[in-house]
Design a protein around this ligand. Structure first.
Ligand code: ASP
Ligand code: MG
Length: 403
């Protein structure tokens, strides 16, 4: 019997009625001839509420206790869904991440999955029952409950689909799939029916908030086809699959944007070996996730280095740069919070020259200044002013005929 892993996000199990709708859909999928394993997120904003509660109780939050707390939201969903399924006459058994045999490292709040035992899940499936697994969590090699980072239920689902050899991993959410741009910004954005893992990775990394980045990496590495779709309309959504010839190689597939990063510039640093290494090691030591980096060609032996970091890491980054300023010979450290990134993504870019030029021309026609540029084989990103980014997305979407 083919096996589907179905993952339901927070809004999909947001209240009692939604939980019952999910149970109906699981029952229907089984009647269609599939074995089903379900992964659930916490209901609605439960995880945010738990984090707020912790903040109200204490600023001191030992990571072990934090994980014990925030992992509890998923337990509520899994038990309720099993009850709803039982009410429909479908035998279902809930499992915490630990009971499901999801073994992680000891890096609390952002643990990585090391191994998935999954014996109990296999036994449950063999009995014709539906395992319902709490997403976002596992148990560490030190036997403590861990969580996988915000949005981690996606990764749970993909990991289980990989280990159990599922035919597909369906990610149910409150939108009908992956779009050519954010429909709130571009009203004529269209749903993509099929995209490659590499495109999805770039979309997830540059602002498409649909899937946790790690879950896409996992799916690509383990060849798990993903189907992103809505639990409100149940219509077919977007397939994320291996790139193949049948895929139309559109020059540009999607335009994304992201205003979650800030820019830091260290000016006048000495242009000699070891300077960048010193700076970025210091940032790494403070767990700052540096993204785009630009260094100018040096003039008279000095150069400027600019980079972007998550806005939440800006204060720490400034502190690190200031502290190193003398040692690097820097003349100043300047930061800019009002920046955003607009990106073009498309596997067809590899074989179509001129995409970059059209992008820059489009931004120029709108009078939008480009602050920083970075590229990969299938992506071009520009940093622009925050208040210009939505205009940039709309113009680029139109320029590449994505509507
Ligand atoms: N409930 C967790 C979160 O909000 C995990 C998830 O939903 O994927 O991040
Ligand atoms: Mg999510």
């Amino acid at each position: 019997m083919p096996l589907l892993v179905q993952k339901y996000g927070g809004t999909s199990v947001g209240d009692a009625e939604r939980v019952r709708a999910v149970a109906d859909h699981v029952a229907r999928t089984r009647r269609d001839g599939y074995a089903v394993l379900v992964v659930v997120s916490a209901m609605g904003k439960t995880t945010d509420d738990l984090i707020r509660l912790a903040n109200e109780v204490s600023v001191t939050q030992p990571p072990r206790e934090y994980d014990m707390l925030v992992s509890s939201g998923e337990r509520i969903s899994m038990a309720l869904l099993c009850m709803a399924l039982a009410g429909l006459g479908v035998e279902a058994v809930s499992f915490t991440g630990s009971q499901a045999g999801i073994i992680t490292d000891t890096d609390h709040t952002r643990a990585k999955i090391l191994d998935v035992k999954g014996d109990r899940l296999r036994e449950t499936l063999a009995l014709g029952q539906v395992p319902v697994v709490a997403g976002f969590q596992g148990v560490s090699t030190d036997r403590d409950v861990t969580t996988l980072g915000r949005g981690g239920s996606d990764t749970t689902a993909v990991a289980l689909a990989a280990v159990l050899g599922a035919d597909a991993c369906e990610i149910y959410t409150d939108v009908t799939g992956v779009f050519s741009a954010d429909p709130r910004v571009v009203p004529d954005a269209h749903r993509l029916s099929k995209i490659s893992f590499d495109e999805m990775l770039e979309i997830a990394a540059t602002g498409g908030r649909i899937l946790q980045l790690r879950s896409v990496e996992f799916a690509r590495n383990h060849h798990v086809p993903l189907h992103v779709r809505s639990s409100f309309t149940w219509e077919p959504g977007t397939w994320v699959v291996e790139e193949d010839e049948s895929m139309e190689q559109a020059m540009v597939t999607a335009v994304t944007h992201d205003a979650s990063e800030a820019k830091v510039t260290v000016t006048g640093v000495a242009d000699r070996p070891g300077i960048a290494a010193r700076l970025f090691r210091a940032l790494a030591d403070r767990s700052v996730n540096v993204d785009m980096i630009v260094q100018n060609t040096s003039i008279h032996g000095t150069t400027d280095i600019s980079f972007t970091v998550p806005k939440v890491d800006l204060a720490v980054s400034e502190e690190v740069c200031q502290a190193l300023s003398d040692e690097l010979g820097a003349t100043s450290v300047v930061s800019d919070n009002e920046v955003a990134r607009v990106s073009l993504i498309g596997a067809g870019m590899k074989s179509h020259p001129g995409v970059t030029a059209t992008m820059f021309e489009t931004l120029a026609a709108d009078g939008i200044n480009i602050d920083m540029i970075s590229t990969s084989t299938i992506r071009i990103s520009c940093i622009v002013a925050t208040d210009k980014v939505e205009q940039a997305v709309r113009s680029l979407h139109a320029a590449f005929d994505l509507g």
